[in-house]
Design a protein around this ligand. Structure first.
Ligand SMILES: Cc1cc2nc3c(=O)[nH]c(=O)nc-3n(C[C@H](O)[C@H](O)[C@H](O)COP(=O)(O)OP(=O)(O)OC[C@H]3O[C@@H](n4cnc5c(N)ncnc54)[C@H](O)[C@@H]3O)c2cc1C
Length: 443
């Protein structure tokens, strides 16, 4: 994990039984557990590594409704509302700041794309808007570049991945959730076709419901049960600087780099759409479903065969026994290594765009494995064939901002309550029932 990930105290032992087991302690698992506890449900959350050790501590920290897939808009609006109110609710500053997110560009194609999105978004009563060239210029102070225009949402925001999910996990524990780290769930026990428990590396837990919130590992986890979750993953690189002059307060995307002001006075930098796609057995299995996405988005990806063919979430595994170490514990935490060439590129673009930042130190760089569905929208859904099994996964590179809302929606599905927003766009069946895969709408 990046070095700023907060370590928290957790429980050491698993109970013999509970109502719900949540698999995975990223933002989705933790937010789900927290919301279930608020509903008075008994929950055990099991994490094979540490809380937020994978994507949920390695992301850029952008929480945005802007330029989002239309199917996600009601949920992200609700999620942003939760980010605003959660600090007071848990009695701790979770680090969310509604400091705005801005996109600027010198390319007409970018401006046209944002314009089309803003036209669509008018129906959703939001504060997103287009920026003239002059406004775009004033949003990115001190740049030597000339922008054609931009787009802005003043109430989009940012939060610190290093502490946000750990703070929420602490609140979940106070609300009664049992959280155990270094405890991989090896599989789900079924009795008469429905969920009756889980097998973990620390023993068996009886339960009525299992929530699979395993991020990049979810597809592998579900396959052991005969459930298909088409997922493909991309290693994405990010980095952070040391303290630097404040040229904007929120998030700013310029061609070639996305930057976010950090609470510690530095910036987190990322390269949208750039990364490494490893050819893996899982990737080959689901490749046909990803063809439409790849046709549009392969440009920024390096494709290679490497170690992930043989180890990690997408490797080829025989059916493992629940009595022996599973792939989740044999390969406990995804590697952190950043792509050096992308780190150098991000720094170069930052300095050429903002000469004032020349000499600012790059303190740390890392990578994270982004799990994507073929249509770029998560699965938040019961599984038709297995009563008691809920999937909340496949957040496709934008699950941090939507995470608090997604946790609530997942908890609603577990309890069979009226859902906070319509869950239909997120149903599992859309990816496996043979219907045409919709084009991803997230930018
Ligand atoms: C570089 C990068 C930048 C990003 N930037 C943004 C951004 O700016 N804004 C945004 O909204 N999103 C962003 N994202 C995406 C966002 O981080 C993810 O969508 C989100 O964190 C997913 O949360 P999750 O809980 O589903 O998965 P994860 O955070 O990956 O958590 C899943 C957890 O499940 C555990 N697990 C898996 N299998 C098991 C098992 N069998 N037993 C026990 N535990 C298990 C794993 O160890 C892991 O900790 C970014 C991602 C990356 C990598």
């Amino acid at each position: 994990m990046p070095s700023d990930l907060l370590k928290i105290d957790v429980d050491q032992d698993i109970p013999a039984s509970t109502e719900v087991v949540v698999v995975g302690g990223g933002v989705i698992g933790v937010a789900t557990a927290y919301e279930l506890a608020r509903k008075g449900v008994q929950v055990v959350l099991l994490e094979k590594g540490r809380i937020a050790d994978e994507q949920s501590s390695r992301n850029w920290g952008w929480c945005r409704k802007q330029n989002r897939d239309e199917r996600e808009i009601p949920l992200i609006k609700y999620s942003l509302q939760r980010w605003v109110e959660i600090s007071e609710e848990i009695g701790r500053d979770i680090s969310f700041r509604a400091s705005g997110i801005t996109y600027v560009s010198d390319k007409q194609a970018d401006v046209d794309q944002w314009e089309a999105w803003n036209q669509m978004a008018k129906a959703y009563d939001m504060d997103c808007r287009m920026l003239s060239a002059r406004e775009a210029q004033s949003m990115a102070k001190g740049t030597t570049k000339q922008w054609l225009g931009g787009a802005n949402s003043p109430t989009d925001g940012r939060a610190e991945p290093g502490c946000a999910v750990p703070f929420l996990a602490q609140a979940a524990r106070r609300a009664g959730v049992i959280i155990v780290q270094h405890c991989a769930v090896r599989g789900v026990e079924l009795s008469a076709g429905r969920v009756s428990g889980v097998y973990t590396e620390k023993g068996h837990i009886t339960c009525q419901t299992v929530v699979c919130a395993g991020g990049a590992w979810s597809s592998l986890f579900l396959r052991r049960l005969g459930i298909s979750l088409p997922q493909a993953s991309v290693y994405s690189t990010a980095l952070r600087t040391g303290p630097a002059p404040e040229i904007f307060t929120g998030g700013l995307s310029v061609p070639g780099v996305a930057m976010r002001r950090r609470i510690d006075g530095g910036y987190t930098l990322g390269l949208g759409g750039r990364g490494r796609l490893d050819i893996t057995p899982q990737g080959m299995r689901y490749a046909p479903k990803f063809i439409p996405m790849m046709k549009e988005r392969h440009g920024g990806l390096k494709i290679r065969i490497g170690k992930s063919f043989f180890e990690g979430p997408e490797a080829w595994y025989r059916k493992w026994s629940y009595d022996e170490a599973s792939p989740f514990e044999r390969f406990r935490i995804l590697p952190l290594r950043a792509e050096d060439s992308l780190v150098a590129e991000a720094e170069k673009v930052m300095v050429s765009t903002f000469p004032e930042l020349k000499g600012v130190k790059i303190e740390e760089a890392w990578s994270g494995l982004i799990d994507s569905t073929p249509d770029g929208v998560p699965v938040i859904s019961a599984v038709d064939d297995i009563p008691g099994l809920i999937i909340s996964s496949g957040y496709s590179g934008h699950g941090f901002g939507i995470g608090l809302g997604a946790g609530r929606l997942t908890a609603d599905l577990v309890c069979n309550d009226t859902t906070v927003v319509d869950a239909t766009p997120f149903r599992h069946a859309r990816l496996v029932d043979g219907s045409a895969i919709q084009r991803p709408g997230m930018m």
